[in-house]
Design a protein around this ligand. Structure first.
Ligand code: BGC
Length: 413
């Protein structure tokens, strides 16, 4: 059967984030937190996948797989290592990557902020500092001035609703005072000479003020980009968990964690949906453990690939703008499980298209095994294996599968 649900020009790609693959991102806040005494990070990012040096090998893999799109992030901490000072070598570096993508005919989707920020911003109060939206918009403007000819789309912020989700799950408190009781924040405060309350990296900062700051940053950045280029699609990417279970709890969860951010996206060109699993909520609003016997990923998520179909529909319903799956995947050493995951997930995407939902792309998370933040290098999300000793890359069967979807434009799914 050759028919396909996927429109011509559908983006088939894989996604990465600078800090997770580049290595030596030493001017960033996460690098600092990984090194600090009592750090909660399992291990430091160090050389990561050395993609800052091996990027052409990585792009050759994207090309070999036949993917027509690649999502990656440029690192603010490299481009503006000191406030107000642009690093021309870092600009040259990303320009080379973007030019290479263009030459290969691969669309570039560029994320401006994938969690990490420059240490200087962090010292000013990071994502609780009132001046951050202007500083972020200035950075967005500079990126577009420099790279405008090579970018197809821009994701301003990655998962601005993740802090709220983590707060909902009880992982972080919205009260900055809570950091005074946590060893990592106490040592970080000492090292920086500030109160732990003022340490505000992107994804732990879930106060209402930081939420307003992220929203303002997105809107100002979008304006700055559009002033220069109207032809570059702009959106933000959201952490879209598929909430299920008790009806009232699901509604209150969605009203807090998903819907407001989808509504903001209604002014954008697209919304990025990033889904890994579902959450089953009880009448008390708390998530229960996955059903007994359910397969679990290395990060504890329930194996539930069809979640993406539900979150795409929700995103379309509340944003009304085209949806791009900017991340979808599973952490596992078992690539057969990943193959099964992607097969079922892509079927769910095809069903959305058949039902008239405007889905414009699908990016696997992630192109390669990488640095999974606090969990270090153990969780394997890659469709390409990276040997931790040699850093050699080997394409996994799941990589070839995504490549096959791209080459046939999902024929027969
Ligand atoms: C993030 C990625 C992360 C992935 C898997 C997403 O929340 O954007 O950086 O690696 O989830 O945990």
């Amino acid at each position: 059967m050759n028919s396909t649900a996927f429109p011509t020009g559908f983006m088939w790609g894989a996604a990465t984030a600078a800090h997770q693959i580049e290595g030596n991102n030493a001017n960033s806040d996460y690098w600092f937190l990984e090194q600090v005494e009592n750090t909660a990070f399992k291990e430091p990012s160090g050389i990561a996948c050395d993609s800052y040096n091996r990027w052409s090998e990585d792009l050759a893999i994207v090309e070999e797989l036949g993917l027509n799109s690649y999502r990656f992030s440029v690192e603010w901490a490299r481009l503006e290592p000191v406030e107000g000072t642009w690093d021309s070598e870092a600009f040259d570096h990303y320009r080379e990557i973007l030019k290479t993508l263009k030459l290969k005919g691969i669309k570039a989707m560029v994320t401006l902020s994938h969690f990490t920020s420059p240490i200087w911003l962090f010292k000013k109060g990071g994502w609780e500092f009132e001046g951050t939206p202007e500083l972020f918009a200035r950075y967005a403007e500079k990126v577009v001035q420099e790279f405008g000819d090579f970018m197809d789309s821009i994701c301003t912020l990655n998962e601005p609703n993740l802090p709220i989700l983590l707060e909902y799950l009880g992982i972080f408190s919205p009260d900055p005072k809570a950091r005074e009781a946590m060893p990592m924040w106490v040592s970080a405060g000492k090292a920086l000479g500030v109160s732990p309350q003022n340490i505000t990296p992107y994804h732990i900062t879930c106060s209402p003020k930081s939420d307003e700051i992220r929203i303002a940053a997105h809107k100002l950045a979008r304006q700055a980009i559009k002033r220069i280029r109207t032809d570059i699609a702009v959106g933000w990417t959201l952490a879209n968990v598929d909430a299920q279970g008790d009806e009232a709890s699901v509604l209150s969860f969605k009203e807090k964690v998903n819907i407001p951010y989808l509504r903001i996206a209604s002014e954008d060109d697209f919304v990025g949906v990033q889904t890994y699993t579902r959450l089953i909520l009880g009448a008390d609003g708390r998530p229960s453990l996955p059903p007994e016997g359910a397969e679990r990923s290395q990060t504890g998520d329930e194996y539930y690939p069809v979640a993406i179909g539900h979150t795409i529909r929700e995103a379309w319903q509340y944003s009304g703008v085209p949806v791009v799956v900017t991340e979808n995947g599973i952490a596992t050493e078992n690539d057969e499980l990943r193959v099964r995951f992607y097969t079922e997930a892509v079927k769910a995407v095809a069903d959305c298209l058949r039902d008239g939902v405007d889905v414009q792309g699908y990016f696997a998370w992630s192109l390669m095994d990488n640095y999974e933040w606090i969990f270090g290098y153990e969780p394997k999300f890659g469709i390409v294996h990276v040997d931790r000793k040699t850093l050699n890359r080997t394409i996994k069967p799941s990589g070839y599968l995504i490549g096959e979807f791209a080459e046939t434009n999902g024929a027969g799914i």
